[in-house]
Design a protein around this ligand. Structure first.
Ligand code: B12
Length: 210
């Protein structure tokens, strides 16, 4: 019999938008760690959907259905992620998905994990204009500006944000991520931090704030 995590993965792959929330509730009732359900279940499922879309085996409607299924399950699982101990904020983080990019699932996960681990998070949403990022950074003076980009075409938007910040010598660390982003790219554009997933994003963020 399939375990709960594999069932969730397959439910994303099979676009089970109607029933996946119940599967998620069942997984929690069985004692499955919500983070494991998200990362080993949902995220692995959407990876398969993305690969099929990339190869032209499925089209945009299926991609949307896979994403909708993932979101329905996240609505159940994310609130179950253990929240950070009630201690002083580890620091303010301003996060968003870069201009021209509307992918939000990974960004939301990173935001959830950061706030679950004691960071104060201001989420600017998706398709955030580069000028809006810099404006908010000057206004809110966060310790970290975190940016997500899911497309090779929108990755350069991150450099558009980091450039002016460096020029004005604003004391803030940039943390970047998203499927096409690498640590090599981070170094290239002067970002202090990179992480390939939401859990290690927390470790990197902690290092950045010292
Ligand atoms: C779901 C999805 C969508 C959904 C998004 C729904 C939503 N509300 O977010 C929809 C259907 C709307 C969509 C639309 C499009 N998509 Co799309 N999509 C995907 C897909 C399948 C999965 C992305 C996802 O959510 N993954 C799950 C999350 C959990 O993973 P993640 O985002 O990578 O995030 C993790 C890490 O990267 C990291 N991370 C992410 N952000 C950050 C930020 C920081 C600071 C840190 C530290 C870490 C971090 O941590 C996260 C958690 O572990 C990817 C395929 C893929 N392999 O990525 C394609 C993909 C990104 N899409 C693609 C394309 C082409 C499009 C469209 C242009 C399609 C179209 N023709 O209209 C549009 C883009 C519209 C736009 N302007 O943005 C391409 C991009 C190709 C490229 N140029 O690079 C991909 C790669 C698919 C493919 N193989 O071709 N998409």
């Amino acid at each position: 019999m399939e375990d709960a995590v594999t069932r969730l993965k397959n439910a994303v792959i099979n676009y089970e938008m109607e029933t996946i929330a119940d599967l998620a509730k069942k997984a929690l009732a069985e004692g499955v760690d919500p983070l494991v359900a998200i990362e080993k279940g949902l995220a692995e499922g959407i990876k398969v959907v993305g690969e099929r879309f990339g190869k032209g085996e499925i089209y945009l409607p299926e991609l949307v259905m896979g994403a909708e299924a993932m979101k329905a399950a996240l609505a159940v699982l994310e609130p179950a992620v253990p929240s950070g101990k009630h201690r002083a904020s580890a620091g303010l983080v301003v996060i968003g998905t870069v201009q021209d990019d509307i992918h939000e699932i990974g960004k939301n996960l990173v935001a959830t994990m950061l706030s679950a681990n004691g960071f104060e998070v201001v989420d600017l949403g998706v398709n955030v204009a580069s000028t809006e990022f810099t404006k908010k950074v000057e206004e809110l003076k966060p310790k970290i500006v975190a940016m997500s980009a899911l497309m090779t075409t929108t990755m350069p938007r991150m450099a558009e944000v980091i450039g002016p910040i460096k020029k004005k010598s604003i004391p803030i660390k940039a943390l970047i991520g998203g499927a096409p982003v690498t640590d090599v790219y981070a170094r290239e554009i002067g970002a202090e931090g990179y992480s390939g997933d939401a859990s290690s994003a927390v470790d990197v963020a902690k290092k950045l704030v010292g």
